[in-house]
Design a protein around this ligand. Structure first.
Ligand SMILES: [Zn+2]
Length: 409
């Protein structure tokens, strides 16, 4: 026997009396079936209600409400109720009002997209924080989104009556509904937003569009089936706008600017960061150049073998230094290590010599417990933070240098 749905006729009914038909065990919970209910089960994109059932002086929390295919509504609870028990149901009114605002707002917004741009809504999702509709369209510009948002809010401000009526399917076909349900038996439940939208729907709706309060469009993104539009209605729109404003105010305070100047300030700040990065790189190059000159002046032999570790410098610096050292006219082998950031080793030689840097690096990494490799002339290896200490690295560099230094006259 299907449950009589009281919310079909009154979306603002939060208290009702009913009789328990049965309690079914379901995955560790109890699904209570009543003869009638004001609880809305999850369907059509709208999320279920929460609330309480009172029976024999006991309060039972309803944690989920679901639709059965045979028309029964299941009220999930942690305890069963005996068939025949009289209960008093209370629906969480704040949650329901929020759902009514989001869901009714969706009707208005979907109709606005149809009226303005002939973009049909193919799906609706109600989330904890925001809702989305998917529009069947190749694209949606920011200007179009704003236009739809404005029309939807005008319809809200006009406070148009929203009426519900039941009509046979054949009659409904003649009415030019925005959306017909795929399979339907019996009468269709039509939601009529006066002279704006007519559609078939089983959800809970406002009495007049003014109750939606407002619609605020958020993110617009391309998805497989078209364009996804995120939006919030009513109190959610107010809360979202409040949070946006708080965030912007915080950002503006950091820049000591007006909130509307934040994008300009961020742009300026990014440009400054980029310029500073460039200047830093230029200085590093100059420093590497100076180091290279000094190290080459100190190293004797051919090739000149230079082994040096830099605990306070990073990988970028020793790579630059390796380039400078091996770009010199004479034959040079550079064995360098850096300690800032991830400890890194760079081995490089002036092209055309017989040593193999890639192989040397592999051997070094095997000893130090890192990973790395490269070509005969240039190789790099990284060590895990907290792995080999700087003394170990220094010792290894000197050992390799001593081996290669056999060529020193
Ligand atoms: Zn609806």
């Amino acid at each position: 026997m299907s449950t009589e749905r009281l919310y079909y006729h009154d979306s603002f009914l939060y208290d009702f009396d009913a009789r328990v038909v049965e309690s079914l065990p379901r995955e560790g919970r109890h699904a209570i079936v009543l003869d009638r209910t004001a609880f809305y089960p999850t369907s059509g994109g709208q999320v279920h209600d929460l609330g309480m059932l009172m029976a024999d002086g006991k309060q039972i929390a309803i944690t989920e409400v679901a639709d059965e295919e045979d028309g029964r509504v299941l009220h999930f609870a942690s305890a069963p109720l005996f068939a025949g028990t009289q209960v008093h149901g209370t629906v969480d009114a704040a949650r329901r009002r929020d759902h009514v605002q989001q869901h009714s707002g969706q009707h208005v917004l979907s109709a606005a997209f149809i009226r303005l741009f002939n973009m049909p809504t193919v799906s609706f999702h109600m989330g904890e924080e925001s809702c989305t509709i998917d529009l069947e369209t190749a694209g949606l510009s920011a200007a179009q989104a704003q236009k739809a948002e404005l029309l939807a809010n005008e319809v809200i401000a006009e406070d148009r009556p929203v009426s519900i009526r039941f009509v046979p399917l054949e009659e409904a076909r003649q009415l030019g509904l925005r959306k017909l349900p795929p399979k339907q038996t019996g009468d269709l439940r039509l939601i009529d937003i006066s002279e704006f939208d007519l559609t078939a729907c089983g959800g809970t709706h406002v009495r007049a569009t003014g109750q939606i309060g407002s619609i605020l469009l958020r993110k617009i993104e391309k998805v497989k089936q078209g364009v996804r539009v995120e939006f919030v209605c009513g109190l959610r729109a107010v809360n979202t706008a409040r949070r946006d404003y708080t965030t912007l105010t915080e950002a503006a305070a950091l820049y000591s600017s007006h909130i509307y100047d934040v994008p300009q300030q961020v742009r300026k700040s990014l440009e400054e960061t980029k310029a500073a990065g460039k200047a830093r790189h230029k200085l590093l190059e100059e420093l590497a150049e100076l180091y290279a000159e000094r190290l080459l002046a100190q190293a004797a032999g051919s090739p000149q073998v230079i082994a040096q570790s830099f605990p306070d410098r990073d990988a970028t610096f020793i790579k630059l230094l390796a380039q400078k050292l091996t770009a010199a006219q004479s034959a040079v082998i550079a064995l360098l290590a850096s300690g800032a950031g991830q400890p890194t080793l760079v081995f490089a030689q002036t092209p055309g010599q017989k040593s193999n840097m890639g192989q040397l690096m592999k051997d070094a990494m095997a000893q130090l417990g890192g990973r790395g490799g490269g070509s005969a002339d240039m190789a790099q290896g990284g060590l895990p933070a907290g792995g080999a200490d700087s003394a170990q690295i220094e010792t290894l560099l000197q050992q390799i240098a001593a081996k290669l230094g056999g060529q020193t006259p």
